[in-house]
Design a protein around this ligand. Structure first.
Ligand code: SF4
Length: 312
C-alpha cells in the first residue's frame, strides 16, 4: 500500500521540565532519550526526499536541546521544509529574555510557534512565562498560537485569540494512569472507533531518538533508523499491520477482543483509555508495533526486564 506524510514531528527529547498528568510520552525531568543532530539531519534529509513538507520540534521540551533544534531547523530550511516548534515556555523569565530565546527563529523563518498553556494541568503553572513568551513572539512578529488543552489559557493579551480551540484531553500515556480513573463513565464495548487518528492517511507521524515512526504515541509503523523512512512509508499497510488493523476496523474494543484482552475495568474515560490499557498488555506480543517503551512509561532497561510499576 504505502503512504505519504505531510509532516514529521520530532520528539527531540523525552525530557521535560514538567511531568504533566496529560503527557502522552511520559515526559519528565528524569526521562532519558534525546535525538542527536545527526539523527535529526538524517531524518530531515529523508523526509525531504520522501515529499514531506514540514517538520515540528516537540518533546518533552525541545528547548532543552536548544542549539541542536536551531541547527536542525536551519538544516530543514536548507532542504526546503517548513518548520515549527512546541514549547512549554520555561525559558521565558521576562519578555526581554524571551526575545533573546526567540530572535533566532525570525532568521530561521519558523512557520508555527506553539506555546503550551498549563492552566488545566499544573496547579502552580507559571502562566507568566507563557505571557512573556507570547508577548515576545508578538513583538518579533513570529507566527504564534497558544496550545490549550482541557481549559482556556489564563492570559489577556490584545490581538491574541484564546479559548476558541481548546483541545480535548486524551487518556493515553500518563493520562491513562493519572487522569482516566476520575473520568471513567463509558463501557468498553462502546469504544468502537479511534476518533483521533486516521491510520489510512495519517498525514503526520512522530519520530524520536529510538527511530520508531509513531502513528499514535506508542504505535510504530516501522523503525526509520533501521530501514530508512522511504522503506517504512512504502511498506506500511494499515490493513495488515497488527494492532493498527484492529483499531482502524473497530476501535480499541475490537483490539481487545481480537487478542483476548479482557478489559480490566467496567468503565473507561475514552477510547484512548481502553486502547492504552490493551496495548500495554499486548506489548510483548507485538514488540515491533507497540514501541517505544518510553510511551508506555518504561525505560528501555525496564522494558527488557521484568514487568514494573508505571513511574509516577
Ligand atoms: S484510540 Fe488509541 S490509536 Fe486512537 S488516538 Fe487514542 S490511543 Fe491513539
Amino acid at each position: 500500500m504505502g503512504i505519504r506524510l505531510e509532516g514529521i514531528h520530532f520528539l527531540v527529547t523525552y525530557r521535560c521540565t514538567y511531568a504533566c498528568d496529560h503527557c502522552f510520552v511520559w515526559g519528565s525531568p528524569d526521562a532519558e532519550g534525546t535525538m542527536t543532530l545527526a539523527q535529526l539531519t538524517s531524518a530531515i534529509d529523508q523526509a525531504a526526499a520522501c515529499g514531506v513538507e514540514s517538520v515540528y520540534f516537540e518533546g518533552g521540551e525541545p528547548t532543552l536541546a536548544y542549539p541542536i533544534v536551531l541547527a536542525a531547523a536551519a538544516h530543514a530550511r536548507r532542504r526546503g521544509l517548513e518548520w515549527g516548534m512546541v514549547s512549554n515556555c520555561f525559558w521565558a523569565t521576562s519578555v526581554e529574555d524571551a526575545k533573546v530565546w526567540l530572535a533566532p527563529f525570525v532568521e530561521l523563518g519558523i512557520s508555527d510557534l506553539s506555546l503550551s498553556s498549563y492552566a488545566y494541568f499544573v496547579e502552580d503553572a507559571d502562566e507568566d512565562r507563557l505571557r512573556n513568551a507570547a508577548l515576545a513572539a508578538q513583538e518579533l512578529g513570529l507566527p504564534m498560537a497558544v496550545l490549550e488543552v482541557g481549559a482556556a489559557a489564563c492570559l489577556d493579551i490584545p490581538g491574541l485569540c484564546l479559548g476558541e480551540d481548546v483541545g480535548e484531553i486524551m487518556c493515553k500515556g500518563r493520562a491513562a494512569v493519572e487522569l482516566a480513573p476520575g473520568r471513567a463513565a463509558r463501557s468498553p464495548e462502546t469504544l468502537v472507533t479511534c476518533p483521533f487518528e486516521d491510520f489510512a492517511e495519517p498525514g503526520r507521524a512522530h519520530l524520536g531518538c529510538d527511530g520508531e515512526l509513531q502513528l499514535c504515541q506508542g504505535i510504530s509503523a516501522g523503525n526509520v533508523f533501521a530501514t530508512g523512512l522511504a522503506a517504512v512509508l512504502e511498506g506500511y499497510d494499515p490493513a495488515r499491520r497488527p494492532v493498527v488493523a484492529e483499531i482502524a476496523a473497530g476501535g480499541p474494543w475490537a483490539l481487545s477482543q481480537a487478542y483476548g484482552h479482557a478489559p480490566e475495568r467496567a468503565l473507561y474515560a475514552d477510547e484512548c483509555h481502553l486502547c492504552y490499557e490493551t496495548r500495554s498488555a499486548l506489548r510483548e506480543r507485538f514488540p515491533d508495533v507497540l514501541t517505544p517503551a518510553q510511551c508506555y512509561g518504561l525505560t528501555a532497561e525496564q522494558a527488557a526486564g521484568a514487568p514494573q510499576d508505571q513511574p509516577a
